[in-house]
Design a protein around this ligand. Sequence first.
Ligand code: AGP
Length: 606
Amino acid sequence: MCGIVGVLGLHEAAPILVEALKKLEYRGYDSAGIATVNNGRLERRRAVGKLVNLSDRLVHEPLAGKAGIGHTRWATHGAPSEVNAHPHQAGPVAVVHNGIIENFQDLRDELAQKGYVFQTQTDTETVALLTQFHLEQGLAPVEAAKATIARLRGAYALCFLFDGHEDLLVAARQGSPLAIGHGVGEMFVGSDAIALAPMTNEITYLNEGDFAIITRNSLDIFDVDGQAVVREKKNVSIDATRVEKSGHKHYMAKEIAEQPVVISEAVRYYHGLEDQDSGRLDEIDFTQFDRILMVACGTAYYACFTAKYWFEQIARIPVEVDVASEFRYREAPISPRTLAIFVSQSGETADTLAALRYVSGKADKILTITNSAESSMARESDWTLPILAGVEIGVASTKAFTCQLTVLLILTIEAALSKKAISADEARHKIIALRTLPGLMSQALELRDVIDLIAQELSEVSDVLFLGRGAIYPLALEGALKLKEISYIHAEGYASGELKHGPIALVDPQTPIIVLAPRDRLFEKTVSNMQEVMARGGKVILISDAQGLKEAGADVWKTIEMPPVSDEIAPILYAVPAQMIAYHTAVAKGTDVDQPRNLAKSVTVE
Ligand code: AGP
């Protein structure tokens, strides 16, 4: 995924563009660039690597002008390099792009035959050159951009800037989000409202297929059929401070620390302050469903996998879960009376969106659980449940994961009530347990020093195993993902009962095995699996409560003592030590915690 911005301002555009791109760096950071029009002349500055490299360049080679566009890149076509960095320019037009132009090769061949020469391996350069071609055919800038867009296939959020035009931006979206920000005598374009938060909170989101002509004092939008439309202007309350680090060393540290607050907000959103029901789930009638399908990617998939245990054990509803990149091509038959649930922090992940579109028209209802209420997935669902995690900048998902789990558990309790699988009193007790979670998380956050010491030693190893059983097994997978994606240490998660069927061959004194063992109904089973590992010299880090450590912690390598917790909320609480182990190990290794190599916050391409 990439981040794009545009400014038609009353002040120099370059610093505004760079500030906006800082808010979008979580979307990709392989290269960055801006272009401005100054005294009618279009000029660019680009740099490979993080945005700071572009900022450094602008110090030595400043770029004037009050109209501009900017881009921060996660490379799809063409290696990360200055040549492949956006904005891409062809003669009198520059363009920034988020997405993938799937027919770019055909367009490239067609333009090459017309004598156009390509400087890059990117799909986006095709957009710039095709627009130049239309300009050279005599079309005005807006018409040239419109004619280009009509030829494109694939996903794109685009913003065009034209030589000689200091009061014009053209924007379009198809499959990638795009927001227009309204200033006073100024206008802004951004991949999301976060980028625009420092300048405005008056936001118009473009719909799929929309095309926008923007000047400092006008916004004309045309829909996919070319009809002029008015899209709602919303006051989007993104507190710009909430996208700062608030004194933490990394966004990830801040977001781990925010979990007690955002989880209590999520519980309150659905269940009020006391024992009320907000009514926000009333329209979801589970009696009309016999089964649930859950599809997501990465950490969001592990949230779904955890919820499978809850829906089946508490609500007695059979659940199928799958990763979206597989599901979207599996051609799975969808039975009648199926509720399809999609979980996505960004609401824009291409594989999950494609899976949702496969299910659309087949499942009885589609429900999306997301942190982005204005996202493509939210727009294409029958129901959308917000997770209220607040802006999550760190590429490694933490508070979004535990907020997804919180909403999924709340949904499970609602389903169990509807299906009469539990009584109202049992439901009330589960909500009460959920209300204790923020306090328990705050206690778990106090483990930072214990975990930091362990992390110093983990940072030296090359392989780690995570073990969990039952509803904790998906968390073993998530803990392994967290560690590998930010510390680059190879890690695997396993169902602890599965180890003896082969993976136990991996056990040696060099490989730490992290055992996530709340004292739930499978605790004894997990402990016996752990002892099989220790009998073969395995170095075990046992994470359990005081009683659990007393019963099973005698000969383990390290222990992490957690507060006692009920079975239902254990998978949410135990996410905290898993996140902190990954964080502190990555810090000890010196990797880039917030922007790990090769990753982006949301993958809006296949
Ligand atoms: C999480 O730590 C990862 N960065 C990644 O697996 C992420 O969860 C996945 O890409 C799904 O993103 P989404 O929730 O925005 O759909």
